[in-house]
Design a protein around this ligand. Structure first.
Ligand code: ASP
Ligand code: MG
Length: 452
């Protein structure tokens, strides 16, 4: 039996946290493979460094000090010596990268710089485990063969290539009882690092679980699991014990910040259950996400929100009869890998829901579309998407009616609706100014206090 255990930035962010994590790893009885994020704050630091390489000497010193201070807090002199044997060459490589004029011109330079944090946090945790008497090896994505494809800063894993490589490069350690600690966040494309987007270590861990054909993936973070709503909006939000892959994927995608939105897919494909656990209170059961979940009677399970969105509505006579035009518009919008959160059409209008920050570039692109056919483009900024997730929402009679009655109570106007695309969620758009009330009322009526 294999368990893949992923620890996030705060879980490896201090000597105390690292020791807590070592204990959690030791308590796991199965064969285990560990995946880590960078220490908290480090990736942000590297992002600014990549943007302004000017003060690199000072930056490298700070970076070095942070990791060495942490290591020397836990390791004794002899263990420190062993640690330095691996630390120094990694640091030298990092320094070389920062002064390599050719590397700087590479479109993947920022991926390379920002992937550095994981290389050092994995080393730290591996040595902390060794200090506790656990045989362990720190492996980079290069060592493992985690292959990636895609554009800079938004890679995806090549699952089948990664599976073959990891069978050769990582499985042998497990057979010898050695615990691999692997870098999250990036894979390798044509020999250089390609990152999976911010927060991408969760996705890395799911890729590793898929490649290792693990029996369980555990994502260890700093909260107790998925909640029925964002506790900052709804203070009495409750923890969700169990979800299926579909529900978790919708929630992660549409706003719950617990998991990187792409974490579900690699494990769902192989029916590998996923647990979200709190490394600061490991005794809590967390949330389990798996294939089969006993259906419950509740109307709603969770309400998530994605804010700072805009609706772009494009009008043209009888657009519904010109699917090729809709296709051209979508292709144009998608060119820069813009995420379209929802699409809705009528006879003469097609509306897209996108992030506020993407509006400007989309409008430029649409203007470049040589098509006299677009009659009007309207933009409504500052809207929010509410994602109401529950069991078989679609097959329950009257659910939409109930939900929209609650929205009306919050005095919110529904600007756009998407229902039917997924049988576990009903998504709709309201103005940002009303969204908090909408979520609170929905939660109170259907999840919390007044739920039937
Ligand atoms: N360290 C990376 C980030 O901060 C990846 C992760 O934490 O999952 O985005
Ligand atoms: Mg994270």
């Amino acid at each position: 039996m294999i368990t893949v255990m992923k620890f996030g930035g705060t879980s490896v962010g201090s000597p105390e946290a690292l020791q807590r994590v070592a204990k959690i790893v030791m308590d796991e009885k199965n064969d285990k493979v560990v995946v880590v994020s960078a220490m908290s704050g480090i990736t942000n630091f590297l992002v600014s460094l990549a943007d302004n390489i000017g003060d690199k000497d000072d930056a490298v010193k700070q970076f070095e000090k942070k990791h060495l201070d942490t290591a020397s807090h836990i390791l004794d002199a002899k263990q420190m010596q062993e640690f330095m044997k691996e630390f120094t060459p990694r640091l030298n490589k990092f320094k070389t990268l920062l002064s390599d004029e050719n590397a700087m011109k590479d479109p993947y330079f920022k991926d390379n710089v920002t992937s550095q944090g994981e290389r050092f946090s994995s080393l730290l945790l591996s040595h902390v485990l060794r200090a506790e008497g656990v045989e362990s090896v720190a492996l980079t994505s290069e060592d493992c063969g985690i292959f990636a494809e895609g554009r800079p800063l938004s890679g995806s894993a090549d699952l089948s290539k990664t599976e073959s490589a990891m069978a050769m490069n990582v499985k042998p350690y497990l057979r010898k009882g050695i615990v691999p600690v692997i870098t999250g966040f990036y894979g390798i494309k044509d020999g250089v690092p390609l990152t999976f987007g911010r927060g991408g270590s969760d996705y890395s861990a799911a890729v590793v679980a898929n490649a290792m054909n693990a029996d369980l993936l555990e994502i260890w973070t700093d909260v107790d699991g998925f909640m029925s709503a964002d506790p900052r909006i709804v203070p009495d939000a409750i923890k969700i014990d169990e979800m299926n892959f579909g529900e978790a994927a919708e929630l992660a995608y549409f706003g719950a910040k617990v998991l990187h939105p792409r974490t579900i897919e690699p494990v769902r494909r192989k029916h590998i259950p996923l647990k979200v656990k709190n490394s600061f209170s490991p005794e809590e059961p967390g949330t389990i996400i798996h294939h089969l979940r006993k259906p419950k009677d509740e109307l709603l399970r969770s309400v998530a929100v994605k804010t700072d969105l805009s609706i772009i509505a494009i009008s043209s006579a009888e657009i519904a009869f010109h699917p090729e035009m809709v296709a051209r518009i979508i292709k144009k919008i998608a060119e820069n890998e813009v995420v379209i959160y929802s699409i809705s059409t009528s006879l003469s209008t097609v509306a897209f829901l996108v992030h506020n920050n993407d509006v400007k570039s989309i409008l430029l692109k649409l203007n470049a579309l040589e098509s006299g056919d677009i009659e009007r483009i309207e933009v409504k900024n500052d809207v929010a998407l509410v994602c109401a997730v529950g069991d078989n929402l679609l097959s329950k009679c009257g659910v939409s009616g109930d939900i929209f009655t609650a929205v009306k109570e919050a005095k919110a106007n529904v600007e756009m609706i998407s229902e039917g695309a997924s049988d576990v969620s009903l998504n709709f758009v309201v103005p940002m100014s009303r969204v908090i009330d909408v979520v609170r009322i929905l939660h109170k009526k259907y999840v919390g206090e007044d739920a039937p």
